[in-house]
Write a protein that binds this ligand. Structure first.
Ligand code: SAM
Length: 326
């Protein structure tokens, strides 16, 4: 299947920013604009009508439209009431499941352009504190614009390299949840609309160059997870990529589980039942060392799942009841 045909099978995903209005209000709004709400099972991207829309089956507050529907001139998009975000890219915040309380302290370690940050902020009910770190200055400014447009009031954004953030700083002593969506090869992206990619994909590189590049990325990704595991109160860490390469996905998770940081802090994989159990495509069994581990991982395959290619994993402290039995 060509990249184009895989991209054409992906609906226009629209996430309702529940910080600003409810899903029901959004549905009424689009109904008044001439769209017809369909059941998710009867929604077809190949339908001749571009006026159907549906609620997603897996992600609350996510709506599906025909891929040709443009939202650039839509007022709700311009003022941050809806966010254009691929379905798979909504998985990490949902799996992280941050608390919605005024005492919540959460980190988005690699935040720009900020789709997942604004998603986390909405899931937190715009309460508590969400530290959003971004290393790149230009992308940091994009992040700030996005957060202001989405009216995220609980986010403290910092233009910093996450690896230089001191986990023992009292400011971070109560951080309980960390989202890690670091730079990756982007090999899963077939529809670039919702992804501000940092570098070109590996189309022209030789096998050896590709492998070197992936190994370098994997080394960096592992370092980021190990750093996240050093925060004293962190209970839950979600690591995700928009890569379909096992080197950046299962292999990084495997190495993280075997690291001294994971052993010291007692991190294990969350149970499959805690990681979007209704989603059927899981990690690659043969790529993990422990039986059953692959079932705790999520994969999305472009052309098969009506999303871009994506990978999600979730580490939890072993002392919590959720991790028993693995
Ligand atoms: N989560 C974002 C979203 O959904 O909008 C996308 C994140 S993008 C895949 C990765 C981001 O991490 C890039 O903006 C990159 O500049 C940033 N980054 C890479 N290494 C970093 C580090 N060590 N500390 C902070 N940010 C970093």
């Amino acid at each position: 299947q060509s990249g184009d045909s895989r991209a054409a099978s992906i609906p226009r995903y629209v996430r309702v920013n529940t910080t600003l209005w409810s899903v029901d209000e959004a549905i009424r709004h689009f109904g008044a604009k001439g769209f017809t709400l369909k059941d998710a099972d009867s929604f077809e991207v190949s339908s001749k009508s571009h006026k159907d829309f549906a609620k997603d089956k897996h992600i609350p507050a996510l709506l599906l439209f025909h891929p040709h529907v443009s939202f650039q001139d839509e007022e709700a998009y311009k003022i941050g009431k809806v966010i254009l975000q691929d379905k798979a890219s909504c998985f990490p915040a949902v799996v992280l499941n941050p608390p919605a309380s005024k005492n919540a302290v959460v980190i988005d370690a690699t935040a720009a352009p900020g789709n997942k940050t604004s998603h986390l902020s909405a899931l937190m009910g715009n309460l508590g504190v969400l530290f959003a770190f971004e290393r790149d200055r230009r992308r940091f400014s994009t992040l700030q614009k996005m957060l202001s447009k989405a009216k995220c009031k609980n986010v403290e954004s910092v233009n910093v390299d996450f690896l230089t953030v001191d986990p023992t700083d009292p400011k971070y002593s109560r951080v309980s949840h960390i989202l890690l969506d670091p730079s990756c090869s982007g090999s899963g992206i077939v529809n670039r609309l919702d992804y501000l990619v940092e570098s070109e994909q590996e189309a022209d590189s030789s096998v050896q160059e590709l492998e070197e590049r992936l190994n370098k990325l994997a080394g960096f990704q592992l370092m980021m997870i190990k750093h996240a595991m050093k925060f004293p109160s962190v209970q839950r860490i979600v690591y995700s990529t928009c890569s379909i390469h096992t080197i950046e996905d299962e292999h990084v998770v495997r190495a993280a589980l075997e690291s001294s940081e994971a052993r010291t802090a007692n991190f294990v994989l969350a149970l499959p039942s805690e990681v979007l159990p209704e989603w059927k495509r899981r990690g690659l069994e043969g790529e993990m060392n422990e039986p059953g581990h692959a079932a705790s991982l999520i994969r999305c395959l472009p052309g098969e799942d009506a999303t871009n290619g994506f990978f999600v994993s979730c580490f939890v402290r072993g002392s919590s009841s959720s991790s028993k039995g693995l």
